[in-house]
Design a protein. Sequence first.
Length: 149
Amino acid sequence: MRVLLLKDVKGLGNAGQVKDVAGGYAANYLFPNGLAQPVSEGAVRQAEQVRAAAARKQERKAGEAQALAERLDGQEVLFRAKTGDGDRLYGSVTAADVAEALGQKIGQTVDRRYLELEHPIKALGEHRVQLKLGPGLFAHVNVIVERAD
């Protein structure tokens, strides 16, 4: 039986694909769970429209991510923090702190999850931080931590 997948089904295919499956599998699992529907001309046309809309949305998001990467790459953010012995910070500079500072600097929200910061910054100095904005799309910023007076 030919079915049009409405959602991604592990081991079978992705949403919008037309697949041949056993009739019982379709009737007892795929249809009742809203994962597929029988193939019809209208359903295929609708799936193509959904796929095209998703592709346009993905293209738009990729363009926005590229623009954000260009704006962020090479930026510097400065933090002043109190220190204890050995130039160790009392607190730390976290990914959320860096994202907020970058957002204020460029006037656009920067999600903290973009920052690839394994551990919060706990030392004075200049730290290079990488941001992953998409598949294969990176930006680098410099985080400067100075002693507060």
